[in-house]
Structures are given as C-alpha cells and as structure tokens.
Design a protein around this ligand. Structure first.
Ligand SMILES: [Zn+2]
Length: 306
C-alpha cells in the first residue's frame, strides 16, 4: 500500500548554494497526493510546487523545481532520495526559503528522522511506472539510460581527473533497504579547483568541509576523510534515486548512468514520458512492492554517522 510519514518531521539548516538558514517540515499527506513542496514564506499566489519531472529546471549543480507562478525550491534531491529510499510516497514539505537544508551533505539525517518518526500505510495501492523499452540520453559530459528491469537496479560510472576520486563504478539492486545501508550516508563532493568558480557564480555559499567532501588531486581535504572508499559514486547513485523520484511513482527498471548528473537524469525522464509505448503506469502487486526501495527497511540499519 501507499505510505506517508507517521507525523511531522522537522529539519533546520543552511542551503548549500544560497547559504541561507531554512526550516523545513515534512508533513503527512493522503494517498495519491505525491510529494509536494509548499513555500511557507510566500503568502501571495500559488506557493505549491509538485516534485515532478516536468517542474524541473535545467540546473547543473542541483535539482530545482519551479511552479507556473515562478515559485521554486532547489537542492531537493537528497530529501527526495530519502523519501524514495524509505518508501514514502506522499508528503507535503513546508519550507520557509528557496533551498532545502544541506545538513551533512548526505541523505542520512533525512532518513534517520523519517525512520524515527515512522512510515504510515494508507488505504490505496502503490502505483508504479514499469519501463517497457530502453530510453537513452547523451550530452558532451556523459549519458544515462533507463530500460526494463525487475525492481529498481542501478549501474553508475564516474571518472574524475582528481586521483582522490578517479574512476569508480558500482552496481546495486535497490531492494531490501540497500539505499539506507549502502547509499544514504554518502556526501556530496566537489573539487577544490571548482569551489572558487562556484562561489564567483554565487553558488556553494553554504558549502563547508563539514557538509561536502572536497578533494584536491589525491588529497581529501574534508576532516575525517571518506565514509566509503567509493563515496563519490555512491553519492551519484543517491542523487539519481532522488532525481528519478520526480517520475512521481516508483520506477520498475534498470538505470545506468555514465558521468551522469541531475540534468541528464531529468532529460531521461523527459525522454521516457515522451515515449508512450515505453512505459505503463499500473498498480503494484505485493511481490513487486516487496522489492521496491524502502520495503523492509529497519531503523537500526541507518548508518551511524555524525
Ligand atoms: Zn547530491
């Protein structure tokens, strides 16, 4: 059955790119509501923004969604990944600023709070998006592909010049709490050489060595080092799950990303939904539901990180 959060879950922190303090409350919502953001600081006009693929704007460093009135919320990917990874299908997320708090740069604080509050079953079947044929998108940077599969499986490959990241590949089946155990605590990362350029462009103003892994050549500058030797590719998979959640329902398919990022994953969803024969939306049977990200996750499985 579909789910929501058992009761409100509160977060406060700083936006990674805006550097602004922000409060965010994840509230229960009824079946078929989906994940919807509400800008509680905006009193006039439509301040609701459904977390859907066709509301996403091209933004290379984060995922930003905007409604028809021009009201936006950015850097939604980590909380979207946490909700998908905990199997939460419906929530109203009230936020008093334009950017989701970065917290520790991973999805673990969101996961920990959602799991502590609990997930409530609703009286409606889960709808899933079953991928029927393969769609693929390319840019100069990389490519992404989505094809038929059982449950949600993912292959990801990255290749960075900095030896501290280098080449990393990972394949995961996201059933049975894999997201919570393997991915949720991996933090966002960047190269020291990119920090000045991002700051000059007015980005990463809330970035610190505590909420991002910063690498310079073969050196990890963040105190305490990495949480996983391949934390970077794990984080890219975390981002991909959050960005795929903008499909509006769990996907049954196989995702493959080669140096992919937010823009490519959104292009992939646009390509999928532009291919009417390429997918079907239907009720999920119990055996399939047991294979979805978030099914069978237990609170003690959340990694104990700072
Ligand atoms: Zn990220």
């Amino acid at each position: 059955m579909q789910t929501t959060v058992q009761s409100t879950v509160r977060f406060h922190g700083t936006g990674l790119h805006t550097g602004q303090p922000v409060k965010m409350v994840v509230c229960p919502a009824p079946a078929d509501h989906g994940i919807v953001f509400l800008r509680s600081d905006i009193r006039l006009g439509d301040a609701t923004i459904p977390a859907l693929w066709d509301k996403a704007e091209q933004s290379p460093l984060c995922t930003l969604i905007k409604n028809d009135a021009g009201v936006s919320v950015s850097t939604i990917e980590h909380v979207m990944a946490a909700l998908a990874g905990c199997g939460v299908h419906n929530a109203l997320i009230k936020i008093d600023g334009p950017e989701v708090p970065v917290l520790d740069g991973s999805a673990a604080p969101f996961v920990r709070a959602i799991m502590a509050t609990g997930v409530k079953r609703l009286n409606a079947p889960i709808r899933v998006i079953e991928v029927l044929s393969t769609v693929e998108v390319h840019t100069a940077q990389g490519w992404a592909r989505l094809g038929p599969g059982t449950g949600l499986t993912m292959d990801f490959h990255i290749d960075f010049a900095d030896a501290a990241i280098g080449r990393q590949s990972k394949s995961l089946n996201l059933a049975n709490g894999t997201f919570v155990r393997e991915l949720c605590d991996s933090r966002t990362f960047c190269r020291a050489s990119d920090v000045d350029a991002m700051r000059a462009a007015g980005k990463a103003l809330g970035g610190t060595l505590e909420n991002a892994v910063v690498v310079d050549g073969d050196t990890v500058l963040t105190p305490g080092g990495l949480r996983h030797h391949d934390e970077a590719v794990r984080h890219k998979m975390l981002d991909a799950l959050g960005d795929l959640a903008l499909a509006g329902a769990p996907i049954l398919g196989h995702y493959e990303g080669h140096k992919a990022g937010h823009a490519l994953t959104n292009m992939l969803l646009c390509a999928l939904f532009a291919t009417p024969d390429g997918f079907r939306i239907r009720d999920c049977d119990p055996a399939e539901a047991a294979q979805l990200p978030g099914a069978g996750v237990e609170e003690h499985e959340v990694p104990a990180v700072a």
